[in-house]
Design a protein around this ligand. Structure first.
Ligand code: ADP
Ligand code: MG
Length: 712
């Protein structure tokens, strides 16, 4: 059946903006019913029950009315085309129904049916038909294989899930975009139970037309959305995503994300270290780090952290944690766990400790505070005073309050809740007892102060908020092309030799080891004599990826005889260890003395484009796995941060009485190779300098090896 030509016969679909799709003036439910056993029945019930703010139009061939609303036999019969239609129809008739919707002038179809691209080739073909209809008509599509949207402020639970079978539809400032529909509704329900509302929740399924970035861009610009939570399996457009999250960073709008589906495609075939170290998930992490996006492991933690962030929008500063507990045990566990999580216990100022000392016994008058160790008489309530003193200390950026069972539990909890609510600093309250904590919890609910049922829940949310704050402190400037770089990079296609790569590096301002190429042992000896001893000898072959693995590198050759002997030995060893490898010539190089060996590399990520890598290198690179990556090009600030983030970075700053090494020159090389990667753009597969020898401060770095693979 050819459904497409019917499009032109009827009303043209208006192109709706994402904002209109999220708050449509009218919604049609195709396949509307009064039976809750059916998708179309549940969607109708939910929309009616929660009082949808727009016009609700049931479509059902057999009825003139559904749940008190006038029903039509088809979308074409509705006098004014509904802006949005949700299709609850059998899979076989779905494409036909979508075509009819487009013909009837519907602006957007929400498709919850499954069996499309996620189900194999036939499904993918059907999905393509949906995309074609959308492209031709201008009608947008959400899904297929999604669970619709929940828009509390528009009273629009456009979703069949049982979680909407409640009286709650809390509004809030958090936007939720989820590729998984089931996850969206579960997260929505958990959040509602915790008293957390959303501005918009959307599930996108296969993203046939509208995709994550369409909604992300909308939410980035929506003044009513103050934080965005994402559940992502795969992105359709890396650069677009990067631009959208960078826009959120500039707008000061927190983005938190749970990411799954870590694909290794494009990395498997890589031969260099650079490519195999930086798998695609690492690249994703690097893009997120740059944009200040926090990656969470658990979606509920993500939403709880977002809830704290939207309540404390005042500029926050990253800093230490102030622990406050009603028990010594709570204080002790919290202090250990804060440190183990990689957070810092705030060091209180002497003034703060003095103030605390007036009401608490000496051991308790510090961070962590154990309220049990009081000095003040029982008749004076010190709860609020102590917590306020702690939160007012400049070193404290976050409060972590562990409430155990105690006399006057509910009353004390309310006092603490009041301080937490009034504080500009986020305070994470954990009420650890079970049923005994119910009244205290009710007190906090009445105050509208968030709390956590378990200490670890509070700690994870605190960690996410703190990580968000720390990421915002990282440099965010756009890279500026340094002067003196060539207009374009010249490197041959295929596998480039060390000499070719070093020539490209030199053009980008990176010092390289001097070398001469020789074919015979005599030529090599003469070249070495001219260069001055000691020298390094290497076989030049496009067939050898890692020369030292096959005996193709000899260092520290002290005279002509040693060079001649090395050439002969190298030929023999290569013939055994790399049979078939064609040795074009031998490279005689000056022997550079380096104090450390680092790797600087680049590769093109299939989703995000060029990335640059720096790490501790040489032949131990795989064992150390100590590297940092970022989308290229990078600013000098970012490059420095990458270098300083390495575990072994302290080695660069001088250890055991040794002078410091030239970190500035490493940073410069990272910037230069970032631009080289950028300039090679789509031709770049991978490039690496391993090692870049690092000398003492002021003496620079020297590239003594290089390999690259290019296409086109
Ligand atoms: P591979 O292909 O095995 O990576 P390299 O060219 O990196 O071969 O050489 C192996 C090692 O030899 C390097 O990690 C470095 O320690 C040393 N080396 C190579 N070239 C030089 C040089 N010109 N000066 C000093 N050391 C060198
Ligand atoms: Mg090497």
């Amino acid at each position: 059946m050819d459904t497409i030509p019917s499009l032109s016969m009827q009303r043209a679909a208006p192109r709706l903006s994402v904002g209109q799709i999220l708050a449509p003036s009218s919604v049609a439910v195709v396949g509307a019913s009064e039976s809750r056993a059916k998708f179309g029945g549940r969607i109708m019930y939910h929309l009616v029950k929660h009082g949808f703010a727009g016009e609700l139009v049931p479509i059902n061939r057999g009825r003139s009315e559904v749940l008190g609303r006038t029903s039509y036999g088809s979308l074409a019969e509705v006098p004014t085309p509904p802006q949005v239609a949700i299709l609850a129809v059998p899979g076989e008739t779905l494409v036909q129904n979508v075509a009819m919707a487009a013909g009837a002038g519907v602006g957007c179809c929400v498709i919850i049916s499954t069996g499309f691209a996620e189900a194999g080739e036939d499904g993918a073909r059907m999905q393509q038909e949906l995309v074609d209809i959308s492209r031709r008509s201008g009608m947008r599509i959400v899904g297929p294989n999604c669970m619709g949207m929940i828009v509390p402020h528009h009273r629009m639970p456009l979703c069949s899930s049982v979680v909407l079978d409640t009286d709650r539809l809390p509004t809030g400032r958090i936007g939720l975009i989820s590729q998984s529909g089931a996850l969206m509704v579960s997260v929505f329900d958990r959040a509602s139970t915790d008293g957390i509302g959303f501005r918009n929740c959307v599930s996108l399924g296969n993203q046939a037309d509208l995709e994550i970035c369409d909604f992300l861009e909308f939410m980035a610009g929506d003044p009513e959305t103050h934080a965005i939570c994402l559940y992502v399996e795969g992105l359709k457009d890396g650069p677009r995503f990067r631009a959208a999250v960078m826009a959120c960073r500039r707008a000061g709008k927190p983005v938190l994300m749970v990411k799954t589906g870590r694909t290794e495609a494009g990395v498997k075939s890589a031969r260099s270290h650079t490519a195999s170290l930086a798998g695609s998930f690492e690249v994703f992490e690097a893009v997120c780090r740059e944009a200040g996006v926090v990656l969470a492991q658990d979606p509920d933690d993500m939403v709880r952290a977002a809830n704290i962030l939207v309540r404390h929008r005042q500029p926050r500063r990253h800093g230490g944690v102030g622990v406050f507990s009603t028990s010594g045990g709570g204080a002790g566990i919290a202090s250990d766990r804060v440190t183990e999580t990689g957070l810092e216990m705030a060091t209180l100022s002497p003034a703060t400790r003095k103030k605390l000392g007036e009401i608490l016994l000496p051991p308790q008058a510090d961070n962590p505070i154990d309220l049990g160790g009081r000095k003040a008489p029982e008749s004076v309530d010190i709860t609020q005073t102590a917590l306020n003193i702690l939160l007012e200390d400049d070193a404290v950026a976050y409060g972590l309050v562990v409430l155990t069972s105690m006399p006057f539990f509910a009353e004390k909890t309310r006092l603490i809740g009041e301080v937490a609510k009034g504080s500009a600093k986020p305070c994470f309250l954990a009420i650890t007892p079970g049923a005994a904590g119910d009244r205290p919890r009710a007190e906090l609910q009445a105050l509208d102060q968030p709390y956590f049922d378990r200490f670890e829940d509070a700690l994870r949310a605190l960690d996410l908020v703190a990580r968000y704050d720390r990421l915002q402190e990282a440099p965010s400037g756009a890279p500026v092309r340094p002067s003196g770089l060539p207009a374009q990079a010249t490197l041959p296609s295929g596998t480039a030799t060390e000499s070719e790569v070093k020539a490209a590096l030199a053009a980008y301002g990176i010092a390289t080891a001097r070398e001469s190429l020789a074919v015979t042992p005599g030529e090599a000896a003469a070249a070495a004599t001219a260069m001055g001893f000691p020298v390094v000898l290497k076989a030049v072959s496009r067939d050898i990826a890692h020369k030292s693995d096959v005996g193709a590198v000899a260092v520290g050759l002290r005279d002509a005889a040693a060079v001649e002997a090395a050439v002969a030995a190298m030929r023999e060893t290569i013939a055994i260890r790399a049979p078939g490898a064609v040795v074009d010539s031998f490279s005689v190089q000056e022997m550079i003395r380096g104090e450390a060996e680092v790797i600087v590399g680049a590769r093109r990520d299939p989703l995000f484009g060029p990335i640059v890598l720096v790490g501790f290198g040489g032949t131990t690179v795989e064992i150390l796995k100590d590297f940092a990556i970022a989308p290229a090009p990078v600013t000098r600030d970012r490059a420095r941060q990458m270098v300083e983030s390495l575990r072994l970075a302290p080695l660069l700053h001088g250890v055991r009485g040794k002078p410091a090494l030239d970190v500035g020159a490493i940073v410069e090389a990272v910037v230069q190779i970032g631009w080289l990667a950028h300039d090679l753009s789509a031709r770049l597969v991978e490039l690496e300098v391993n090692p870049l020898l690092v000398r003492f401060a002021g003496q620079g770095v020297v590239a003594v090896d290089g390999r690259a693979t290019l296409v086109g």
